[in-house]
Design a protein around this ligand. Sequence first.
Ligand code: HEC
Ligand code: HEC
Ligand code: HEC
Ligand code: HEC
Ligand code: HEC
Length: 268
Amino acid sequence: MKTFGTVPRVVLVLSLASMLMMTHAGSLDYEVARWDRIHFKPAIDKASSKQCLACHQEILQRKPLAASPAGVKASDTLAWYQTLDTYQGEQDTFHRRHLESAFAKRVMRMQCTTCHQGNDPREEAPIPPDAANVDFTLRKMVNTDTCLMCHGKFNYQIMGLPSDWHESAEMFGNNCMTCHAAFRTNRHEVNFLNADAIEAAGKESADACYGCHGGRAWYRINFPYPRHKWPNMPADIPEWAEDRPTESDPRFVTNNSQAKPSASSRKE
Ligand code: HEC
Ligand code: HEC
Ligand code: HEC
Ligand code: HEC
Ligand code: HEC
């Protein structure tokens, strides 16, 4: 509260007004709710999942169909990515797999806004898609680069492995730490991951690491990860890394209280 004196009055009035709207979300008109400014920048940047869930509880409550329209039972099917050691339980919805599954809660700390960044509806991707306008946001306001971070191909070429992980894992003791105890050790310090929990999970099973780095690859391309400095890093920068950032995307290292990494939240 001590900053009240420095906050321009107009900002204060606006935020009080929106707080008031939030508490009355249940009685809001559908169109008003749909165009609630929380969906768009700048408000969405500061929104907490709790605020979104005040209206969108369906996101965590919906269940997948027990059977496809053609009659194939979900319980009789197994998708390739479900064969990872870390996959637990019944099939579940996309949102629940990222926010509610036991594995997600252990290694990740995603917010609605980790994926939903908001946009001006007038700047949405043209239909049909147009290669000359790639900066437009897709309608559901999710940038697919966000997904690519955890669903890209395993980049075995730059790692000096002879082939993809499912073929070469045994040669390296089925353990990423054979090399990553020394290489690129400064990792995962972002507001949507539990860095310490990830290291612990990686010790139990390489699938914990591989899952986010090739084991659930929806893409045929690699994500160009930032290349943070690490102790005893060789001075020469390999050619493939010349254009790499050396820090994470600023939006993932914010001090935003709902997303800030902290020792206490990691232990949950
Ligand atoms: C005041 C209630 C309210 C709040 C708070 C709210 N929404 Fe919505 N949202 C709606 C309504 C109503 C719609 C329209 C739903 C529909 O048509 O099915 C909607 C639609 C959406 C859509 C679909 C957009 C599209 O073009 O199809 C997304 C994504 C979404 N909201 C995300 C969010 C996120 C993320 C937050 C938090 C930052 C949030 N919402 C907060 C009421 C709300
Ligand atoms: C892992 C990234 C991710 C996270 C985290 C996430 N979303 Fe989504 N969300 C998506 C994607 C991608 C879609 C588009 C799915 C589609 O087109 O069917 C979507 C669709 C939606 C929709 C509209 C379609 C629908 O399924 O009803 C709403 C509303 C929504 N999200 C709200 C939320 C809320 C609220 C949260 C936080 C509790 C959240 N999302 C967290 C990626 C995410
Ligand atoms: C921070 C890492 C991360 C990001 C970012 C991410 N995912 Fe995932 N995704 C995961 C993990 C981990 C799982 C497996 C969770 C489990 O096993 O319970 C998963 C599971 C999935 C699944 C399987 C769901 C199911 O029903 O079994 C789909 C589909 C998926 N992700 C798509 C996406 C899309 C699309 C995006 C971008 C909007 C995205 N993911 C962003 C880590 C991520
Ligand atoms: C044979 C040693 C070795 C093994 C085993 C290995 N890596 Fe790597 N990895 C490397 C090297 C070397 C680099 C590149 C270091 C650099 O930046 O100069 C690298 C880079 C990476 C990167 C960053 C890629 C990029 O584009 O910047 C990720 C992510 C990664 N490894 C994940 C894994 C995971 C997950 C496993 C286990 C499934 C694994 N690695 C196993 C040696 C290895
Ligand atoms: C839940 C998903 C997830 C899991 C599990 C995971 N990673 Fe990552 N990893 C990421 C994401 C996202 C980034 C990029 C973060 C950023 O932007 O700094 C990353 C970055 C990296 C990098 C690049 C480091 C840098 O910044 O220079 C390496 C190496 C890496 N991971 C190795 C591993 C290893 C080894 C494990 C297992 C101990 C592992 N990852 C488990 C999601 C994951």
